[in-house]
Design a protein around this ligand. Sequence first.
Ligand code: BES
Ligand code: ZN
Ligand code: ZN
Length: 484
Amino acid sequence: MVEFKAATETAGGAVLAVPVFGDRIWGPGAEAAADAIGGDLDGQFDIAKFSGKLGQVAIIQGPAGAPFTTYAFVGLGDEADSETVRQAGGWLARSVSRLEEVSTTIHLIDVEGAAAAFAEGFVLALYRFDKYRSEPEPAKVETLFFVGEGAPAAKQAADAVWPGILGAMLTRDLINEPANAKSPVTLAGVAAEVAEEHSLRIRVYEPNEFAEERFGALAGVAAGAHNPARMVEMWYEPEDPKAFLALVGKGIVFDSGGLSLKPAASMEDMKTDMSGAAVMFGAMKAIAASELPIKVLGIAPITENMPGGGATRPGDVLIPRNGTSIEVLNTDAEGRLVLADGLSLAAEHEPDLIVDIATLTGACHVALGDKIAGLWSNDQEAADQVLKASARTGERLWQMPLPADYRKAMDSDIADIKNISGGRYGGAIHAALFLEEFVGENRWVHLDIAGPARWTEEEHYQRKGGSGFGVRTLLALAEDMSRG
Ligand code: BES
Ligand code: ZN
Ligand code: ZN
C-alpha cells in the first residue's frame, strides 16, 4: 500500500506532479517545473491537448540533468475545491501507476485540505479487483511525496485519510466479489473479522433463532434460498461516547427477484445488492480505526433472494420484528422487507440517529442517475446533518420528499401494509415511506444507493465496479456527531 512522505525541494525522483488551472495558469511548483524542462512547453501541451482542465494530465519528459525524470502537469480546471482536487489525484494516479515514487506540490494550492483530498483520490484510484485474473497488473506506486514548503504538515494531513480509504476498499472488494463467493455465512464472517480487528462486539443471528427473535421478514425473503441467511449486529462502544448512531445496511447477496423473477438482463448486476451491508462494514471499520468517541450500532440482514421451492409467494403475509404485518405482493421488493427487521431492531435501541443504506429501488436509479444517491428523512435537521457530511466527501446526495398522503397506496386488503404501491410512479418514495413504518419515533435518514453503489465508468478516483459510495460520508457524519 502507498505511503505518504515529506521531501525537500531538491529531492528529485521519477516524477513531479504539479497543479495547473484552466487556460494553463500555473499552480504552485508548475513554473519551476516548466523552467526545469525548458524549450517549447506550450507546443508540447498543444500536441497533448492539455489546457489545464480537470481530468487532463500531461506527462512531459525532463531533460538530462533535471531533478525529476518526468513532470506531470495535473489539470484542476478553473475553480478548485476539495472534490476537484480529490478527482485530480485520481486522474494523476491513473497516468503514473507504473512508477514507484511520485512527488507533488499540490498541497501548496489555496484549497483547504488539499493534501488529504489529493492523497485520498490518488490511493482510491490505484484500487484493483484482480484476484480472479490470471495475470493481475497491480499498481506499482509505493510512495507519494509532498515536496517543499509545508510538506511535513501535508504528509500528516494525508495520513488521516487512511481509515476512510481502507473502509471504502473493503466495501469495494465485497461488492465486486461474485455471489457464489459471498454467501450470507461468508459475509457474516467478514463482519466477524472486522469486529476482531477493531475489538467490536458482534452478534450473528442464525436461522434457528429467527422465529424467537421475530425476524419474520428476513426469514420470508430467505425462504426460497439454498444458502442460509444471517442477521449481523455489531457494536463499536468507545469510552465516554458523545453520541449514538445506528447504521442499517441491506445485504441481499444476490437478488433474482424471487418468484417475481427479474428478467435476465436485470439480474446481471444483482450481486451488488448487498452494497448497503458492505458500506455498513466499511463505515464501522473506518469509524473504529479513527477511534471516534461515538457509539455505533451496525446492523445487516443478509440473505439471497431466490425462487426456491420454499419461497415466499406473492400474497403471503410476513410479520417483521415490530409486528407491523406485511402483505408481499412482489417478492422483488425484498430490500424493504429485510430492512423492516433491521430497522425494527435498530429502533429498539433508541439511538440519536438511524441511517439505513440500501440499493433499494430501480426507480431511484432512474430518478437520480448513476452518481447521485437519494436521501429521505423524517427529520430535517438529521437530513441536513447527513447532507453536510456528504458535501465534504464528494459523495453526492439529493433529498427526496416523504409525502404522508402517498402512504395509502400501500394499504393492504388483509394486512397492515403491502410491500408495493401497485402503481408505476414514485417507486423510490413508496419504498422510503414503507421503511418509515419501522423506525418508530427515532430520527432516521434513508439513503438509496441503487445508482452510485456501482460505478459504471473509469473516471477520477472511481474504478468500474463497486464504488464504496457512502463509507466516507458515514465516517464524516460520525466525526461530526462525535463533536457532541
Ligand atoms: N435490488 C433492487 C433495486 C435495484 C435495481 C438496485 C437496479 C440497483 C439497480 C430491488 O430489490 C428491486 O428489485 N426493486 C424493485 C421494486 C419493485 C418491485 C417495487 C424495482 O426497483 O424494480
Ligand atoms: Zn428486488
Ligand atoms: Zn434488491
